[in-house]
Design a protein around this ligand. Structure first.
Ligand code: GLU
Length: 419
């Protein structure tokens, strides 16, 4: 049985190890062990039946050394301060590893959004914006979508912020619909960045992607789009695990068909069928004899309970923090290559950055330009992480943290500690 999991402790353990490997002294990084600001807000909502429900919301700003705070907002019944703190810190490392000029933040509301009507969700989102208003803004902190939030939620956030300011401020959030200043390519960016990073890795180790088998956990924006792009690149997606169960088709799942089904059936594959596909248990899912596991749901999914049974040689982390420190050690000892979250799923925030730049310039870019610039950034980041990994003989996760921490610490030294 896995012992109690705390995502923030998990983050700190990796941070400490990276600081040790970089030879940093405690003064260099001790301030990065805590978030710069943590805000807990109460979000009262008048429900459709007239009752008032009060939800708890959070916005945590971990570090602003390299630029404005940046990071998503999630709606989830398990969201709590430790989770949001860990996610905020991961955004700091993510933005640093791909070298975009942001610090890290994250927000969340402890709620099961599937239980709210569209009007209740709208009111909750807008009230949350009003509550965190002093913290956010295009030069301050720029939210984006995360688990169970999407372009529509960003549109409500942008509207609430703009109404409270008295003028339209598209650059306050990213991941918006195109009609109100979203960027071409943003929807697919996380999946695209993950696919690019996997291909960069395979190239380094002399393997070819086409024909390799993939098992995906999560079929939302990251898992769904990622699976689609991987299938288009010639990989064979043989299993999809979502909240309602696991679909396994050794002959390869028709990902486009499955996506169409999920879009029209409440975002799940619950009643989806196709020739050759069967249902398997979650335990069987993790132990599938596949080449690549693509966890794209949430944290703490690969832990000491299921890590020993994993047969995949490569783990591509689409989610934030899917692998615990304990599981990491088990997998590293088995020689499994883990392409870490802060690198593998950074495509989303990279195109968020492009969206913000386009909003500030009041100018739009073509999709080719977005994808080309994304590829440049992802390839450069991968090359840097790969170099540190081979030079220092450390796994890719440690190398990514070392690259990120080194950048943040150098920036901190240049700025000094105020006053
Ligand atoms: N929520 C995404 C992430 O975890 C995107 C964040 C953003 O675009 O700011 O990376």
């Amino acid at each position: 049985m896995a012992h109690t999991y705390n995502p923030y402790e998990n983050m700190l353990a990796v941070l400490e190890e990276a600081a040790g490997k970089l030879g940093l002294c405690r003064n260099d990084y001790v301030a990065l062990r805590t978030a710069e600001r943590e805000m807990i807000v109460s979000v009262p909502v008048v429900m459709d039946d007239g009752r008032t429900e009060v939800f708890q919301g959070y916005r945590v700003q971990h570090c602003s050394t390299r630029g404005p705070y940046k990071g998503g907002v999630r709606f989830h019944p398990d969201a709590d301060l430790d989770e949001v703190k860990a996610l905020a810190a991961w955004m700091t490392w993510k933005c640093a590893v791909v070298n975009i000029p942001y610090g890290g933040a994250k927000g969340g509301i402890r709620v099961d959004p599937s239980k709210l009507s569209i009007n209740e969700l709208t009111r909750m989102t807008k009230r949350y914006v009003a509550q965190i208003l002093p913290l956010i803004g295009p030069e301050q902190d720029i939210p984006a979508p995360d688990l169970n939030t999407d372009g529509q939620v960003m549109a409500w956030m942008m509207d609430a912020y703009s109404m409270l300011k008295g003028y339209s401020v598209p650059a306050v959030v990213t991941g918006k619909p195109l009609e109100i200043g979203g960027s071409l390519g943003r929807m697919e960016a996380t999946g695209r960045g993950a696919t690019m990073t996997l291909l960069s890795y395979l190239d380094k180790v002399g393997k070819k992607g086409p024909g390799m088998t993939v098992a995906v956990q999560g079929f939302g924006n990251v898992g769904g789009t990622g699976a689609k792009l991987l299938a288009e690149a010639g990989f064979k997606v043989v299993a999809i695990n979502d909240v309602d169960g696991t679909l396994y088709n050794p002959g390869g799942i028709d990902v486009h068909r499955a996506l169409d089904f999920a879009h029209t059936h409440g975002k799940t594959l619950k009643n989806y069928e196709e020739p050759g596909a069967k249902r398997i248990s979650a335990k069987e899912f993790w132990a599938l004899p596949v080449d690549i596991l693509f966890p794209a749901a949430m944290e703490n999914q690969i832990n000491e309970d299921n890590a020993p049974a994993i047969k995949a040689g490569i783990i591509l982390e689409g989610a934030n923090g899917p692998t615990t420190v304990e599981a990491d050690a088990i997998l590293n000892a088995k020689g499994v290559a883990i392409i870490p979250d802060i690198l593998a799923n950074a495509g989303g925030v990279v195109v968020s950055y492009f969206e913000w730049v386009q909003n500030l310039e009041a100018f739009t870019w073509e999709e080719d330009e977005v994808n080309h610039k994304l590829a440049q950034i992802m390839e450069k980041a991968f090359a840097e992480v790969w170099r540190v990994s081979t030079e220092k003989k450390v796994p890719l996760r440690m190398a990514a943290y070392m690259v990120a921490l080194d950048r943040v610490v150098k920036a901190r030294k240049l700025r000094g500690i105020f006053p």
